[in-house]
Design a protein around this ligand. Structure first.
Ligand code: NAD
Length: 368
């Protein structure tokens, strides 16, 4: 295993906790990357092959995402090295053991991530009193159900219009990954006058320049079907949403969707990164050089974590919506203005903005 002291720089990690409870088969890592702005919010990932390095990378990403979002929380992450598909009672035992093991780690507020969900967070809170992404009955705001991240993506699009000479009214939208983020981004963009012309999931892509029937597609997904089950639809392979004829592209599935190989075929003028790291650095540079505007992931998709922060303060869905709109609009405008004024990539402008906020927060720490 990597020497934990070899990981890090002037920002963090502040603390790395290795957890072993052989009696319950628990092996886990918590990385508190930086807590200058407040207790870290970051997901609990459960995967058999998760590593300390992965945890540290994800924790750093949360530090920047939370600093950019301007919420009073630092960045952290945890991984439980286990199979998330294990029998439910075993999973509950394991998650509860993890929650007890981090009871004293007050500067870490766990949330759901790959392999964990709102029930897991309910067990965590039952054990140690701290978690976000809770079931509604415990004061949670069901962020995927209400589609707060997709809402934020649409707000980012609104703010980006004047920086790419595009109007949402009549703009053609392609969504890669018609899931929690993608379908709600589509819904909110259509509400703002855009036309959905491409949508994909793991089954393939459906396309129609005249406009796809949004409600029907949402209904298909709710019934556990694929967008390609749309009757009479023109169906193409899974990668076709990325290269579809459109004005706005929302990659909302997995990392590395826009690559060196397919970037030349991207037709959109505005890309809103709903997924985390959907484009390689080289692809973002190539898009920038062509005048395609990219609103980076940790600005465009921050709705979820902002909502979690509101939930932690006991706020309501209505408050969350208001704060998400204000913050994402403000941040998108600031990042795109900085990028335009300096000619830099929006991602670099966003990183500078987050870093400046982090540095300011760090001046208030005793040991820095
Ligand atoms: P989800 O599982 O609800 O939806 C993902 C969708 O993508 C599914 O419909 C799936 O079929 C589709 N998909 C998977 N691989 C694909 C491919 N290669 N081509 C086309 N479609 C594909 O997940 P989600 O919650 O919507 O999250 C999507 C992404 O956004 C993830 O990267 C996630 O980390 C990120 N994200 C989510 C949130 C949130 O609030 N849910 C917040 C920030 C970032």
């Amino acid at each position: 295993m990597t020497d934990p002291f070899a990981i890090g720089d002037d920002i963090g990690p502040e603390k790395i906790v290795l957890i072993r409870r052989p009696a319950v088969g628990l092996q886990a890592v918590v990385v508190l990357d930086n807590i200058a702005a407040g207790p870290a919010i970051g997901g609990v990932r459960m995967a058999p092959d998760a590593t300390l390095e992965e945890c540290a990378r994800l924790a750093r990403a949360m530090t920047f995402k939370n600093a950019a979002a301007g919420i009073p929380h630092g960045g952290g992450k945890s991984v439980i090295m286990a199979d998330p598909g294990m029998a439910a009672p075993d999973k509950e035992r394991l998650v509860r053991a993890f929650a007890r093991a981090i009871e004293e780690l007050a500067a870490y507020i766990p949330g759901p991530d790959m392999g964990t969900n709102e029930s897991c967070m309910a067990w965590v809170r039952d054990e140690n009193g701290r978690a976000v992404g809770l079931p509604a009955v415990l004061g949670g705001i069901p962020l995927d159900e209400i589609g707060i991240t997709g809402f934020g993506v649409a707000v980012a699009a609104e703010a980006a219009q004047e920086y790419c000479d595009l109007s949402l009214d009549g703009a053609r939208v392609a969504i890669q990954g018609f899931g929690a983020v993608g379908k709600h981004a589509a819904r909110h963009l259509v509400e703002r006058g855009a036309r959905l012309v491409a949508a994909s999931d793991t089954g393939g892509t459906v396309l129609d320049q005249a406009g796809l029937p949004l409600d029907e597609l949402i209904g298909l997904k709710a019934a556990g079907k694929s967008v390609t089950d749309l009757p009479g639809a023109r169906v193409e392979p899974v990668g076709a949403a990325i290269t579809a004829e459109c004005d706005i592209l929302v990659p909302a599935a997995r990392p590395d969707a826009i690559t060196d190989a397919n970037v030349v075929q991207v037709k959109a003028r505005l890309i809103l990164e709903g997924a985390n790291i959907p484009s390689s650095r080289a692809a973002e540079q190539a898009l920038h050089d062509r005048g395609v505007l990219v609103v980076p992931d940790f600005i465009a998709n921050a709705g979820g974590v902002i909502c979690a922060a509101v939930e932690y303060q006991g706020g309501t869905e209505a408050t969350a919506r208001e704060i998400v709109a204000t913050k994402i609009r403000g941040n998108t405008e600031e990042v795109l203005r900085r990028a335009r004024d300096t000619g830099r990539l929006p991602r670099d402008a966003a990183t500078d903005m987050a870093r400046a906020r982090l540095d300011r927060a760090m001046t208030y720490r005793r040991y820095r």
